[in-house]
Design a protein around this ligand. Sequence first.
Ligand SMILES: [Zn+2]
Length: 208
Amino acid sequence: MLAQDITTEYRLTLPPWVRDELADVPDSIPGVDDRMRLVHRLADRNWREGNGGPFAALVAESETGRIVSVGVNVVLSSGVSSGHAEVVALGLAQTRRETWDLGGAGMPAHELVVNWRPCIQCYGAAMWSGVRTLVVAGEGPELEEITTFDEGPLGGDWADQFERRGIRVVRDVLRDEALDVFRAYRAAVDADALTVYNARQGAAGGEA
Ligand SMILES: [Zn+2]
């Protein structure tokens, strides 16, 4: 019977190596460049560990740089297609803050730091999360060109749409370092050491 058979919970869990990677990281990282540097570190290790694509994110308090959560892409390790780094980081931040609205009353201003412009899914997830700032390493076509991941049909006014909703967009923070991570990932794919996951059988690319 359906009532017995249906699943009533699913999980997006950070892999155990994340705690090791954070062992030398302080509670607060005051500089946004340094926050992005941590994101790049997590993104690079993530694909090497086999959890998912070369993507990571974190949520921080903008003013103090206090780190509230980190996220990595766990599509492969969780078996859930929505397990992108931004969704994981935002969900963990909201769980830690015990609220669905990181921009709620009495809350410090939160920012989401990601190693590229969000895909179409994470665009919405970021917009509805309550963060006041989105920090991205870059936004051009390079991500899709290098990794072959499909980011979805995001409009050219994607950043304006955030700004219109009171969410500041900060771009080009350690952009070259982001591309270095993507290129390392692509080299491993080309060497047949990895498969770019893809939910549309036969269609090119996967989802970032
Ligand atoms: Zn995404």
